[in-house]
Design a protein around this ligand. Structure first.
Ligand code: SAH
Length: 281
């Protein structure tokens, strides 16, 4: 079969719809199977991948994004959990030399060392995937995620949706929003708008990321409470003394704590690591 996909600047929604309409498997909602049909999404993603980079793609689907990524990347490893779809991707990518398709769950299998993680993220795994990207220390990521989650990871202290994910992601990455897409950019369409965000690694706000995770996990259980109240509930007076010594105002509400303040709190709670760990796990 001749290759059905044109050059990226000539790619149309029809081309993409045609490929999707050939899929003869019943799609699984639980795996967030929404295929890209708006060429703008592919262009925005491909244009933001530095030429020659090593890319890990999560969720191959039928391989359309993979196909164009392979044009700019030096190598693409693409992981797909649904073996039924991989057959379509193999077909589309036949003859494309720098792509390896891998069958499996991207959250469970080891990752190759890459420069960029690129994904039209299956919504069902957005948070764990972002956490894995952080823990793996990936230099950059381009992710299409629910707009609401994009807002959350970009939000600032005091914002309504400021939370654990905002703190941990912003500690390690600079985040820029590249574009927003209506639900019909994907087929079948999800119920929500999506945003493409680019994460670029920066010097982390703290070396001990695990300590930051444990601290934010416990603090943000009560985002509207004051710091003193939360520390007293979970850790007691010694912890209040320690945190007080690092100069953070005990009367601040959790939702208003800056990342810098949370880092100081995490550092002053080092001795409570085991206790925090027990609370979280
Ligand atoms: N990249 C394709 C597909 C997006 S849909 C496109 O843009 O058209 C998301 C894909 O991720 C689906 O094919 C789904 O089967 C796959 N997926 C879902 N959970 C996954 C996981 N844990 N690991 C790998 N792939 C997963």
């Amino acid at each position: 079969m001749p290759n059905p996909l044109p050059e990226l600047d000539l790619l149309t929604r029809d081309d993409l719809m045609k490929l999707v309409s050939r899929v003869r498997v019943r799609l699984r909602k639980s795996l967030s199977q929404h295929f890209v049909v708006d060429p703008a999404v592919i262009r925005d993603m491909v244009n933001n991948v530095p030429v020659g980079s090593q890319v890990l793609e999560v969720g191959t689907g039928i391989g359309t994004l993979t196909y164009y990524l392979a044009r700019v990347a030096s190598r693409v490893v693409s992981i797909e959990v649904d073996g039924r779809l991989l057959r379509y991707a193999e077909n589309l990518l036949r003859g494309v030399g720098n792509v390896s398709l891998v069958s499996g769950d991207a959250l469970r299998m080891p990752w190759p060392k890459v420069d960029f993680v690129v994904s039209n993220v299956p919504f069902s795994i957005t948070s764990p995937l972002i956490m894995r990207i952080i823990r793996e220390g990936v230099p950059g990521a381009l992710l299409t995620i629910q707009r609401e989650v994009a807002n959350r990871i970009m939000s600032r202290p005091g914002d309504e949706d400021y939370g654990r994910l905002s703190v941990v992601v912003q500690c390690v990455y600079n985040i820029t929003r590249i574009n927003d897409y209506a639900p019909d950019a994907f087929y079948p369409s999800p119920e929500v708008y999506s945003s493409l965000v680019k994460l670029t690694r920066t010097s982390p706000c703290i070396d001990d990321l695990q300590m930051l995770e444990l601290t934010t996990n416990v603090l943000f259980r009560h985002r509207n409470r004051k710091l003193r109240w939360v520390l007293s509930k979970y850790l007691g007076s010694e912890a209040i003394r320690r945190v007080g010594d690092c100069g953070v105002n005990m009367e601040t509400r959790i939702r208003d704590l800056s990342i810098n303040e949370i880092v100081r709190i995490a550092k002053s709670l080092m001795e409570f690591r085991d206790e925090l760990d027990r609370l979280v796990h």
